[in-house]
Design a protein around this ligand. Structure first.
Ligand code: NAD
Length: 370
């Protein structure tokens, strides 16, 4: 016979089983497409509504999800649909307003990276989540990567000692997006640094234990994106060079309040060996590491030793991205803790903005005040 305790726990697991997350999308372009495909694998998620100003994109998504309501105005979606959560997948310029509107309409929000265009915007988003008492999660999928989790735990165990230096690289040899608005500074806030550099910067910063940045300096170069793509074979030819106002290559330095220093290199286009490289390296007073290959460099038993995990969960992009989507759903629906609260986006935003501000001042170091 079942005890009262067993009965109540099976009742609560039944309640959990019956929970459903109704989600709407603001922006249904490339990354929303991936998010939608991954959410479709969950029985406890219903994609209720989609919004996009681009009718063609919206029609394409609607043909894939015929039961979903579609809106060209996201505000109409927010006021008419009964949603629990919203995913914000617009160009960066809209992250703040769309997120705040969705929160105020009573939704939990997953906002794609970067959190916003500026630190002031990021603060408004965090304040809106607090006053709406809703969850706000940032789309930092690389911290869900098993390699990052392994190195983060090694950091927590003290295997690196004090981390003195980090080297961050997000480099494409010729990978200027030929869709969307990734070349338009006024809509994205910048180029490769804020678009792909942000991923490696944030996972490195997370692995370092999120020290507080105090200053940054950077130099940025534009030499290819503002010209026609020409006859060179590359990942995405024929980008819109006429509207291209972002950097091709950014190199920067960040100082932290604990004395650590981080160097970052990020490019949409650079004459480098790899077509596409995402990696970081840590150097501490007790140990160091590279993310890929995933190796810890340390001293043990009187020898210099390289340690590698014998097994890691799948690190394929879609598998890692699925963990981010599942992390959001489980956080909102079942109250599981998230490893990507939007509050973690604030220091990252401050670093990005300070790097751009320094480049605007010909590389002069700028202070970061948080
Ligand atoms: N986490 C990742 O790995 C990753 C990868 C790619 C992009 N992103 C982020 O996702 C966001 C979108 O990027 P994308 O690649 O999907 O770009 P995209 O250009 O493919 O899609 C953006 C969509 O937003 C729509 N949009 C613009 N204004 C809108 C509005 N007012 N209301 C509703 N929709 C609007 C556009 O019409 C477009 O369909 C960016 O912030 C980008 O940084 C994240």
């Amino acid at each position: 016979m079942a005890t009262a305790r067993q009965n109540s726990s099976s009742a609560s697991s039944k309640a959990k089983k019956n929970k459903t997350l109704r989600i709407g999308f603001i922006g249904t372009g490339g990354i929303a497409d991936l998010q939608l495909r991954l959410l479709a694998k969950r029985k406890d998620v219903v994609v209720t509504a989609l919004s996009d100003v681009n009718q063609e994109t919206l029609a394409r998504r609607q043909s894939e999800l015929p039961d979903t309501q579609c809106y060209s105005d996201y505000k109409a979606m927010l006021s008419r649909e009964k949603l629990d959560a919203v995913s914000v997948c617009t160009p960066n310029i809209l992250h703040m307003q769309a997120t705040i509107d969705a929160l105020r309409a009573g939704n939990h929000v997953l906002c794609e990276k970067p959190l916003s265009m500026t630190v002031a915007e990021a603060r408004k988003m965090l304040a809106a989540a607090k006053s709406a008492r809703k969850k706000l999660v940032i789309g930092f999928q690389y911290r869900y990567d098993p390699r990052t989790q392994y190195l983060r735990q090694a950091m927590e165990e003290g295997q690196f000692g004090n981390i003195l230096y980090a080297r961050v690289q997000a480099m494409r040899r010729r990978g200027i997006p030929n869709w969307g608005v990734f070349g338009r500074k006024e809509l994205q806030g910048g180029g490769p640094l804020i678009d792909i550099g942000v991923h490696v910067l944030e996972m490195t910063h997370y692995t370092m234990g999120a020290p507080t940045p105090i200053s940054a300096s950077a130099d940025m170069f534009t030499y290819l994106g503002n010209k026609p793509s020409g006859g060179i074979q590359s990942m995405w030819p024929n980008w819109d060079h006429e509207t291209y106002t972002v950097e091709d290559l950014a190199v920067g330095r960040i100082r932290f309040d604990n004395g650590a220093v981080l160097h970052i290199e990020s490019a949409f286009a650079a004459h480098v060996p790899d077509p596409s490289l995402m990696n970081f390296q840590l150097m501490g007073d007790k140990g160091g590491a590279t993310w890929s290959p995933t190796v810890i460099f340390t001293d043990e038993a009187g020898h210099m030793v390289n340690k590698e995990p014998a097994w890691l969960a799948d690190t394929a992009f879609d598998k890692v991205f699925a963990r981010k989507m599942n992390g959001f759903v489980d956080h909102v629906l079942y109250n599981k803790p998230t490893i990507a609260p939007a509050t973690d986006g604030l220091k990252v935003q401050a670093m990005l903005n300070a790097l751009y501000a320094s480049a605007d001042k010909n590389g002069k170091e700028v202070a970061i005040k948080l």
